[in-house]
Design a protein around this ligand. Structure first.
Ligand code: MG
Ligand code: ZN
Length: 223
């Protein structure tokens, strides 16, 4: 019982900060997405590829990349010429609104169209924390198995886009795409599923198109 109260307080505190972050983003008309995946799903390679396309499309963005201790992802993204802020969470297995707020102090929001959060690799608690984002993206891959959507239903339920990565490996892994789609829609019947391969670049354009639409909506203040 005592633990339940503590958790409620933590989430309440988080939500208060998330609201401040959201207001700041709204004022500056900046879109923010929160990419949630398990370790090894291929988030960083995806962001390298998508980041290059976004850059070529003239979109001004910043990546906030989360990791417990290392700066490996930030180093990779920086080496690819992409603007990045590293968030180290220490022992926390998720990014909370306070960490996002702190990271955004390093970013000129008035010069940005888009903030992309690469959350800590974890399908469970990142889904519980509102960080002030407009959209959560459930990022899964074919090597993880096709039943993950029903094993991690909260993530699927609260996400606005599902990406299935590593479709280039479909012929080598035991992954049933129609069962996967069925699992997704059992939890969230309206959820859009995007099939991509960060390795070959397949489907990256679709994601960039989706982002462009959402940025336009945010700038025009259309809900
Ligand atoms: Mg990564
Ligand atoms: Zn956590």
């Amino acid at each position: 019982m005592a633990f339940k109260v503590i958790k409620e307080n933590v989430l309440k505190d988080n939500d208060r900060v998330a609201k401040m972050v959201r207001e700041d983003l709204k004022k500056n008309k900046v879109l923010m997405i929160n990419v949630i995946a398990s370790p090894g799903a291929g988030k960083t390679l995806f962001l390298e590829k998508a980041g290059m396309s976004l850059k070529n499309a003239g979109i001004s963005f910043e990546i906030l990349t989360g990791d417990c201790f290392t700066s490996r992802d930030a180093e990779r993204l920086d080496a690819a010429g992409l603007p990045v802020v590293q968030i180290n969470t220490g022992n926390a297995c998720h990014i909370d609104a306070g960490l996002v707020k702190k990271a955004l102090e390093e970013v000129r929001l008035d010069e940005k169209d888009l903030i992309i959060i690469e959350n800590v690799g974890n399908l469970v608690c990142p889904a519980e924390f509102d960080v002030g984002e407009d959209f959560k993206v459930a990022f899964l891959s074919t090597t993880e198995g096709h039943d993950k959507p029903i094993k991690y239903p909260l993530l699927v339920k609260i996400s606005n886009l599902a990406i299935i990565n590593k479709i280039d490996l479909l012929q080598y892994v035991d992954f049933d795409m129609s069962f996967f789609e069925e699992c997704i829609h059992k939890v969230n019947s309206a959820l859009q599923i995007m099939k991509i391969s960060s390795k070959t670049g397949d489907g990256i354009d679709n994601f960039v198109g989706w982002i462009k639409d959402k940025i336009k909506m945010k700038k025009e203040n259309v809900e």
